[in-house]
Design a protein around this ligand. Structure first.
Ligand code: HDE
Length: 700
């Protein structure tokens, strides 16, 4: 596979297959076009003489119906859109590789999990769930984390999320959940937001949502970067070994850059500053050669061990605490190539949890079982034909042979008279192989009668949310309580707000009190009845977020504000030191081109008004006093500093900047340092100044 560095800087004039065709024909058109580019043609290959004017009867007369060039162009344009995904419509993706570092041969025959050192191509798509394809990147939402492994035994899709549990226990409830969270059908808003009545109405009536909900109210749902998110396969799957024995497995992705999130005010402002914040961040990192990497890890456990868990592992609203079953890192994924074309790849890729390879099998998780049906079904209407598996992004990269024929948009030309089995006419036609073929685990399920029944072992809805809550530090708890307040404050129906706070009382009285107080409730609403007693689990440090932030400048982006008269050597010193530690640096100024002290011209990366500080992890400023005095009058410039301060970022500033800092109410603390203290600034830029928060924000 070509690497990004090999591709960087090259612009493709024509899709490669088109170029091949032209070359293959030794087309004269190539020569006519002076060899530097091909001649523009219609889809039928007819050269286009003029791409500006349609064919008219007279210069001012009507356009002629016979203008096949115009008609073809407009017709194609009219059909360029396909239905967007019903969920996960907004996505960003990249190519890369997966490399196994530890073999699981004891547990599975899957070659992708047994052949150490083999590099398997992958295509990974991250997404928000609720918003449409054109919605923003930074709403509060669960993120999709879908990986297609093009293995030597066929495509394996691990279609996961960045939160390890899901809202509901049964696929039957999925359309209801999604109808509730999407924009309300009569008014068509809000877009990409869960803070509205229908979502919380559904939640308030479905106690099984409580666990995923508390994760979604944490800062996990407002990630800083797609590169800094964990990924989870959520459901239990099975691994099957040579002897046909099964071991349960949960799959995890761990970002090498550590986990990092934004704070809510920052996420909200990012929606205005840059719709494409996450997509751009992923693109820029890959283009810069800072390839995002994740460790791949598994939790392995037997049926007997599962029987001892104080919850049912087949219930997707439950996770298996790492303290109970530790993670075993077995591989690494690196994303190193941006797609050539968003539509052909990111949009047309079709993930499906049912795409699975020999040696891996499903579990009886009822949510997983429903998913096994839904994805292919939706893809048939989204992509319009069962032949979507022939699209380059979906086609396996291993040899394949089948008897599926015909259908809309058949791109292949299958040869021969045989498209069935058994047959005796064509010895080389494909045949099923018991030895190599996929075999389902011969599970013995014999624990009750048929019926529309929810297992009793699925009835405990509050113990794990409580465990999550008590595992958070003070800052994380304050953010969680505050997001409940924010979201519920947008729900205009009092009984829904009260019902949710009632549920929170089963998780933690203090949480319920804080949310009730934030909403101005005169007294705590009653807690609803619950089916089983809440169990008291010990805290699970692994579910925390702030402790998983990494003390590094890698993946961080630092802005340096300069203007006319700024000292170039101070700028260089800071920039070099930051870049040396792996940070990306962008120079910002009131104008796109400035004159440094000494008269030297500098073209900067962005203009101040278009580069608000929410786009950066830390900011520095090198301003002459007279420039700072001017900027002091500009609310945007003052906001650049006050936002960085309120979002708990490190700030380095020269003496000249002081007037704006004062106006922005930036007060000295460990994260506000003089520009000369490069080491101190870079140290502070690796983290957020959590201790500053009580002074800048009222939290629940
Ligand atoms: Fe999905 N989900 N889902 N989902 N899901 C889709 O498939 C569905 C669920 C996830 O980047 C759809 O091709 C049902 C859990 C991701 O293209 C659809 C249920 C998890 C993506 C669908 C679930 C996911 C999807 C929409 C409950 C985490 C984006 C378009 C039974 C483990 C994949 C499409 C991409 C997409 C159905 C629940 C993850 C409609 C019925 C749980 C990452 O088929």
């Amino acid at each position: 596979m070509a690497t990004s560095s090999a591709n960087r800087g090259k612009t493709k004039a024509v899709p490669s297959n088109e170029a091949d065709v032209l070359r293959g024909l030794g087309n004269e058109l190539q020569q006519q076009a002076d060899g530097s580019h091909p001649v523009l043609t219609t889809q039928q290959g007819i050269p286009v003489p003029d791409n500006q004017n349609s064919l008219r009867a007279t210069p001012r007369g009507p356009t002629l119906l016979e203008d096949f060039i115009l008609r073809e162009k407009i017709t194609h344009f009219d059909h360029e859109r396909i239905p967007e995904r019903i969920v996960h419509a907004r996505g960003s993706a990249a190519h890369g590789t997966f490399e196994l570092t530890e073999s699981l041969a004891e547990f599975t025959t899957a070659r992708i999990l047994t052949e150490v050192g083999v590099k398997t191509p992958v295509f990974t798509r991250f997404s928000t769930v609720a918003g449409g394809a054109g919605s923003v990147d930074t709403p509060r939402d669960v993120r999709g984390f879908a990986v297609k492994f093009y293995t030597q035994e066929g495509n394996w899709d691990l279609v996961g999320n960045n939160i390890p549990v899901f809202f509901i226990q049964d696929a039957m409830k999925f359309p209801d959940l999604i109808h509730a969270v999407k924009m309300e059908p009569d008014r068509g808003f809000p877009q990409a937001a869960s803070a509205h009545a229908t979502f919380w109405d559904f939640i308030s009536l479905m106690p099984e949502t409580m666990h995923t909900l508390i994760w979604a109210m944490s800062d996990r749902a407002i990630p800083r970067s797609l590169r800094m998110m964990e990924g989870f396969g959520i459901h239990s799957f099975r691994l099957i070994n040579e002897a046909g024995e099964s071991t349960f497995v949960k799959f995890h992705w761990r970002p090498r850059l550590g986990v990092q999130s934004t704070v809510w005010d920052e996420a909200a402002k990012l929606q205005g500053a840059d719709n494409d914040f996450h997509r751009r961040d992923l693109f820029e990192a890959i283009e810069a050669g800072a390839y995002p990497e994740w460790d791949f890890a598994v939790q392995l456990f037997t049926e007997e061990e599962a029987a001892e868990f104080p919850f049912d592992h087949l219930d997707p609203t439950k996770l298996i605490p790492e303290e109970l079953v530790p993670l075993r890192v077995i591989g690494k994924m690196t994303l190193d190539r941006w797609p050539d074309n968003l539509f052909a790849e990111t949009e047309q890729v079709a993930y499906c949890p049912a795409n699975i390879v020999p040696g891996i099998d499903f579990s009886n998780d009822p949510l997983l079982q429903g998913r096994l049906f839904s994805y292919l079904d939706t893809q048939l209407s989204r992509l319009g034909s069962p032949n979507f598996t022939q699209l380059p992004i979906n086609a396996p990269k291993c040899p394949f042979a089948h008897n599926q024929r015909d259908g809309h948009m058949q791109m292949q030309v299958p040869r021969g008279r045989v498209a069935y089995e058994p047959q005796s006419l064509t010895p080389e036609a494909p045949r099923a192989s018991l030895a190599l073929g996929y075999r389902s685990f011969a599970a013995q399920d014999d624990d009750g009668a048929k019926g529309r029944i929810r297992a009793e072992s699925f009835a405990d809805h509050y113990s794990q949310p409580r465990q999550f809550w008590i595992s958070q530090n003070e800052t994380e708890q304050a953010h969680i309580a505050s997001s409940y307040v924010f979201e519920l404050s947008k729900v205009e129906v009092a009984h829904v707000r009260e019902a949710v706070v009632g549920h929170l009382r089963h998780i933690d009285e203090n949480l319920a009190e804080r949310v009730a107080d934030g909403l101005g409730m005169p007294k705590l609403p009653p807690a609803p009845p619950k089916a089983v007693q809440t169990q008291e689990f010990p805290p699970s440090p692994a579910v925390g977020l702030i402790p998983k932030m990494k003390d590094t400048l890698e993946g961080r982006c630092i802005a340096i504000l300069v203007s006319d008269g700024s000292d170039g050597s101070t700028l260089d010193r800071l920039r070099n030191a930051a870049e040396k530690e792996g940070a990306m640096v962008k120079v910002v100024a009131p104008k796109l081109s400035i004159r440094l002290k000494g008269g030297q011209r500098l073209d900067v990366d962005g203009q101040l008004a278009g580069m608000p500080s929410v786009l950066f992890d830390a900011v520095a400023s090198i301003l002459m006093p007279e420039e700072a005095d001017k900027l002091k009058q500009d609310a945007g410039a003052v906001g650049w500093f006050s936002d960085a301060y309120a979002h708990l970022k490190a700030i380095a500033a020269c003496g000249g900047t002081r007037p704006i800092l004062e106006k922005a109410n930036v007060e000295p603390d460990d994260g506000v340092v003089p520009i000369e203290d490069v080491a101190g600034f870079l140290r502070a830029a690796k983290t957020r100044q959590w201790g500053r928060e009580p002074g800048v924000r009222t939290l629940a």
